[in-house]
Design a binder for this molecule. Structure first.
Ligand SMILES: Nc1ncnc2c1ncn2[C@@H]1O[C@H](COP(=O)(O)OP(=O)(O)OP(=O)(O)O)[C@@H](O)[C@H]1O
Length: 204
């Protein structure tokens, strides 16, 4: 099954941001969203992840197939790394966290409270959660923020492993992930002309 987006229009704060978007993402593929700051990548990803409604158009193959990782890590700071991953695994009906711990080089931090981790370590833990969801479509917003070069490489390997097992990944990023096999979709040509000015306090 593939993720399909047809003639999609998305809005932020009631203001249309992108419109006329169509693309698909098949199993085993990665698609990188490009576009300048403020062009609507986050809004598009939130819409595909089901966190906000589309203005128009269709999204198929999303819903419960998606594991979404946003800017905020959303970790439970009082729980250890192991406890955080175990908690998330259980939420998704899984138990094995060993690959996630190893894949993001977290074994040496396994018993540390998440709140005591550095920014990059927190981000690694946040991304490791993807691996325990068992969900096939990873939707990732700036996944490498705070990561050093070695951690970016770990992340790229995790994505490759996910693709190799039939998963797919849709991600917005401004940096080169070293994933040469990824397709690229530039959202810039799909920018909508704002019709009114509005601020949506829910996202502030
Ligand atoms: N709370 C809000 N209320 C109204 N407009 C907003 C709000 N948050 C963001 N916007 C606007 O929505 C548009 C799209 O923002 P979005 O975060 O989707 O862009 P982006 O492509 O992800 O940007 P970046 O590369 O900087 O992360 C921008 O013009 C932004 O200013």
């Amino acid at each position: 099954m593939e993720l399909q987006v047809k003639n999609l229009a998305v809005a932020r704060g009631g203001v249309p941001v992108l419109e006329g978007l169509s693309f698909s993402l098949t199993a085993g593929r990665a698609l990188v969203l490009r576009g300048p700051n403020g062009s609507g990548k986050t809004t598009l990803l939130r819409t595909i992840a089901g966190l906000q409604p589309a203005l128009e158009g269709d999204i198929t193959g999303a819903g419960e197939r998606i594991a979404y990782a946003a800017h905020a890590d959303g970790l439970k700071t009082a729980l250890t790394v192991t406890e955080n991953l175990t908690f998330w695994a259980q939420v998704f009906g899984n138990t094995d966290i060993s690959q996630a711990l190893a894949g993001f080089d977290l074994l040496g931090l396994a018993e540390r409270p998440a709140g005591s981790l550095s920014a990059g370590q927190k981000r690694r833990l946040g991304l490791a959660r993807l691996m325990v969801t068992g969900r096939p479509v990873w939707v990732l917003d700036e996944p490498t923020v705070s990561l050093d070069a070695a951690s970016v490489a770990l992340f790229a390997e995790a994505v490759r492993g996910h693709l190799a097992t039939g998963g797919s990944a849709l991600m917005a990023t401004h940096i080169d992930l070293g994933l040469d096999e990824a397709d690229v979709f530039d959202v810039a040509p799909y920018r909508a002309v704002p019709r009114v000015s509005a601020v949506d306090e829910a996202f502030l």
